[in-house]
Design a protein around this ligand. Sequence first.
Ligand code: AMP
Length: 282
Amino acid sequence: MHLFKTNADLQTFLAQKRQNGLRIGFAPTMGALHQGHLTLVEESQKENDITVCSIFVNPTQFNDKADLEKYPRPIAHDIHLLESVGCSVLYLPEAEEVYPADLQVFSFDLKGLDKTMEGAQRPGHFAGVVQVVHRLLDIVQPDALYMGQKDFQQYTIIRAMLRHLQSPIRLVRVPIIREADGLAMSSRNVRLSPEGRQKAAFISKTLFNAQQNAKTLSLNEVRSAALRDFEQYGLTDVDYLEFANGDTLQPVQSFQDADYIVLCTVVRIDGVRLLDNVILQE
Ligand code: AMP
């Protein structure tokens, strides 16, 4: 695996590959890698000649500085994992490479995509995500970009950004990779107590039940059943349980309201915010 820390070195390498007609796939991450991240790399490898994974803990998307500081950075282990799946390139920049002093901040009208769900809970978060992904795409210039369904709102906002820019970059949505008991993989899962970790499996159980119920029940009935499930499983700290239009991210009231509907939730266990979602119709 090639490891580049500067834009200049990365770009010299990629320019030559591009000149040779090779296709480049890109999986941006913040490190503390697990199988979810590695699946982005593996999906890219299937469809491209070169796969670039970046690890950059982006300060502009953290509204809580303490959260930024305590974000795990097990870089030697991350490198080992990327090598184990045969990733071609790791881009590991310092903040000065991503945000030089004279860089113009990119933003565009998100038309409310950033106001619901995670956006409502974390003001400024998606402006930071847009800024960093736009900048990283400018540096890497990939043919295809790989993002996880796990962060559904993030994926949708980046899709809107690429449409806004009329970008030729193909965006690939990678399904949520889960632990054996169904818990969506996340670098935050290690912060759960043993009891919390056991309870956490019931988040996806509730969502999968909802997915089944959605085949026969009304949206209100599915919602009530899901809230009952949460309560029964002892998941009492629910930040949100939202039936969202998959394009606009606005809440829907019935299954007739949109073709594309996603059920998104955040449940707190041991003070850890655990995100999950299922697609109900598309
Ligand atoms: P992060 O390092 O948390 O910023 O995540 C980097 C990328 O990995 C994002 O596109 C996430 O959606 C994706 N990702 C994180 N966890 C998972 C998972 N369990 N399954 C699939 N993709 C994931």
